[in-house]
Design a protein around this ligand. Structure first.
Ligand code: PMP
Length: 284
């Protein structure tokens, strides 16, 4: 497998990550995941924009322009002959020794960039069947809008959900649902879709942008407002969204069926619109 390591394309086993890399020591870095269908990126601009925003929010000076980054990622999927799959890319603040919390001078310490691509086909069967979820307190920090590589809060929540026998963790702060451990969260009640507004408590999902557009096209009303765990448990439908899972029905929460306990008609419609947009951008 070929990967990107700083400005080079190398074999996966040639990459050497220093033990004093600030990503390794402090989780001082940001990342993103973008998906390709039929050998073409879907919503690449939105992912790259979010990456640049995260760099700005953390005062991390990126060593490339948006265009250069897009070119490099496109080369990566071509070289690896990725048809339908995921590209993970991240940057850390580099290797600074001795270990010190203070940001190093960017003139002296260069950031470390890596990217890899993996073939991951669409799992239509899972998108029809749906997944289960468990309600877990959101104990993460207050910059959840930054796609930080520091994911301990997220993975602890996912682990709790798995221990409860569920696929995903639906997170809440004092009873208000924020998002899931690795996706945005949605519910449907009486024909209206609800999802948490953007801000510092959730990641502004790229899939969320696509689904909001899909709902508008389909004439389904959406309210970007907070809903409670109680409201979620009485919802007609629930689903989560991310680049890798698209719009994924949540059919059971804490062991109780959501609505009919099967994929609902609104998420079904959004899935169709999502696929239409994929076909428009990437062909079929
Ligand atoms: N929230 C969290 C915590 C996530 O990890 C993800 C996945 N990156 C999302 C939301 C969804 O973001 P996107 O639609 O851009 O993949």
């Amino acid at each position: 497998m070929k990967v990107i390591w700083n400005d080079k394309i190398v074999d996966r086993n040639e990459v050497k990550i220093d033990m004093e890399d600030r990503g390794y020591q402090f989780a001082d870095g940001i990342y993103d995941v973008v998906r390709a269908y039929n050998g073409k990126f879907f919503t690449l601009d939105e992912h790259v924009d979010r990456f640049f925003r995260g760099a700005c929010q953390t005062d991390l000076e990126l060593p490339f322009s948006k265009e250069e980054l897009k070119e490099r990622l496109t080369t990566l999927i071509k070289i690896n002959q990725i048809d339908t799959g995921n590209v993970y890319f991240q940057i850390t603040r580099g290797i600074a020794s001795p270990r010190n919390h203070t940001y190093p001078d960017p003139e002296v310490v260069a950031p470390v960039f890596t990217a890899s691509a993996t073939v991951v086909p669409r799992d239509q069967e899972k998108m029809n069947r749906g997944i289960t979820a468990s309600i877990i307190p959101d104990t993460r920090w207050l910059h959840c809008d930054i796609k930080s590589i520091s994911l301990l809060g997220n993975i602890m929540a996912k682990h709790e959900a798995h221990k409860n026998g569920a696929d995903e963790a639906v997170l809440h702060r004092d009873g208000a649902v924020t998002e899931c451990s690795s996706s945005n969260m949605w519910m449907v009640k009486d024909g209206t879709i609800y999802t948490h507004p953007d801000g510092n408590l959730i990641l502004p999902g790229v899939t969320k942008i696509v689904l909001l557009r899909a709902a508008e096209k389909a004439g389904i009303p959406v309210k970007e407002e907070t809903f409670t765990v109680e409201q979620l448990k009485n919802a007609d439908e629930a689903f989560s969204s991310s680049t890798t899972i698209e719009a994924m029905p949540i059919i059971e929460i804490d062991g109780c069926p959501v609505g009919s306990g099967k994929k609902g008609p609104i998420v079904e419609k959004l899935q169709q619109y999502y696929l239409n947009e994929v076909e428009e951008q990437c062909g079929s």
